[in-house]
Design a binder for this molecule. Structure first.
Ligand code: FNR
Length: 199
């Protein structure tokens, strides 16, 4: 299973990137073909339809292609003001915008429809960014993603990782594994269903 993992933070010491790294490692151990995407590596401006009218800018097409090529995703979201960060909204807005004049990308949801998405969050706070999830999940539904019923929020994130970047708490590891299991299982089932339809 091709799994895309990314965090909604470009901060050097990001807890959500650490969580994404741990999750990517667990997914590889489970046999998944993992791409850990660093959103900061992509040249993606703030969405502006005027810019878009001049041609899809920067690395937006590359981002669309990568997201489209992965049936399963894990998103690790920070919480900003009880919601998810603008970085994630901007990324998801760009990849769900149809490309004018390109019939292959006239379907705005080509990169997002049918993706099975696991939502994780990490925060220094006591709720672990849980409130960001309550905004991110409806956005993912709008993008026609299948969101895994299990989610996980890592509270007190600065205490949550050991020196090697592993999760200190066994319950936390089990929770991440449970989200991952659901995502990989459901993505596999949807792919099987698709194959059946294609035959
Ligand atoms: C935050 N932070 C934060 N944390 C939280 O638990 N609930 C919140 O509502 C907010 N609000 C908030 C707003 C803004 C503008 C910033 C910059 C930060 C703190 C945030 O969780 C913390 O900076 C994390 O470390 C961000 O995630 P990364 O970068 O570590 O992955």
């Amino acid at each position: 299973m091709k799994l895309l993992v990314f965090a909604g933070s470009t901060r050097t010491g990001s807890w959500n990137r650490k969580l994404a790294t741990v999750t990517a490692g667990m997914a590889r151990a489970a046999g998944a073909d993992v791409t850990h995407l660093e959103l900061g590596d992509f040249d993606v401006p703030m969405y502006n339809a005027d810019l878009e009218a001049q041609g899809t800018p920067g690395d937006v097409m590359r981002l669309k292609e990568i997201t489209a090529a992965h049936p399963a995703w894990i998103i690790c979201t920070p919480e900003y003001n009880a919601s998810y960060p603008a970085l994630l909204k901007n990324t998801l807005d760009w990849i769900s915008s149809p490309v004018k004049g390109d019939p292959a990308w006239s379907d705005g949801f080509r990169s997002t429809r049918g993706k099975v998405v696991g939502v994780l969050s990490a925060s220094p706070g006591a709720l672990g960014g849980l409130r960001s999830q309550s905004h991110l999940v409806p956005l993912l539904f709008n993008l026609q993603c299948w969101v895994a019923p299990k989610t996980f929020a890592l509270a007190r994130a600065p205490d949550g990782f050991d020196a090697g970047g592993g999760l200190v708490n066994e319950a936390a590891r089990n929770s991440v594994q449970a989200v991952l299991d659901q995502v990989l299982w459901a993505a596999g089932r949807l792919q099987d269903q698709h194959r059946v339809k294609e035959v």
